[in-house]
Design a protein around this ligand. Structure first.
Ligand code: HQG
Length: 182
């Protein structure tokens, strides 16, 4: 069971590290990293008092492993999900034959017309299994649906797949021919 503090602080960290570092006066480097001491000082200046040990608990306790320290432990970033421009630097990797995408029924007509598009994020997010995809779809209002993605077929057309440190598969887009509703 993850404590409500870990969840609450994790949400704030996601906001800062993925979308609005400027909201606490920070800038991320090109790969999305920020100095841990600078982050803690910036959060404190905006009313969130967090120690390094507290941050460690959030990083370790986050249900999706959203945050990662670099090798030195002096810098932290979100592993995926950014809307600010960052180059995460994950190596291209051949995907499994099949991946999944969780969404909601009401957007199916648009997806059938345009395929999966990244929207405000940098990439389309794909899940390695149906259960994870179902949970992703269930975050949104409406009836959740899971799409099966012919990842091998899409990769064969030259599409580049990467996998984030927390196991989310990322690709620029998925055209309609590679999608089936489960
Ligand atoms: C939909 C969470 C209309 C797409 C999750 C999705 C994931 C379209 C929504 C991660 C469309 C975007 C990502 C099109 C795609 N027309 N709608 N052509 N193409 N969509 O939140 O994949 O908690 O940006 O189906 O667990 O839902 O943030 O992406 O419903 O891993 O760590 O547009 O975010 O993780 O929504 O979720 P999102 P997502 P975190």
């Amino acid at each position: 069971h993850v404590s409500s503090d870990v969840v609450r602080v994790g949400k704030r960290l996601s906001y800062v590290l993925r979308h609005r570092p400027d909201s606490v006066g920070l800038t991320l480097d090109e790969a999305g990293w920020v100095d841990v001491d600078a982050l803690l000082a910036a959060l404190a200046a905006y009313g969130l008092l967090l120690t390094r040990a507290g941050l460690d608990r959030v990083v370790a306790g986050d249900d999706k492993g959203r945050f990662a320290y670099d090798g030195t432990g002096r810098r932290i970033r979100a592993s995926q999900g950014h809307s600010v421009p960052v180059a995460l630097g994950y190596a291209a990797e051949p995907p499994p034959a099949v991946l999944f995408h969780g969404t909601v029924e009401r957007v199916l007509p648009a997806i059938e017309a345009e395929g999966l598009q990244p929207g405000r994020r940098h990439a389309v997010h794909l899940s390695p299994d149906v259960g994870t995809a179902r949970r992703v779809g269930a975050r949104r209002r409406g009836r959740a649906v899971v799409l099966r993605v012919d990842a091998a077929g899409l990769a064969a057309t030259g599409a580049v797949f990467t996998r984030s440190a927390n196991g989310v598969w990322l690709v620029d887009a998925v055209p309609p021919p590679f999608l089936t509703v489960l």
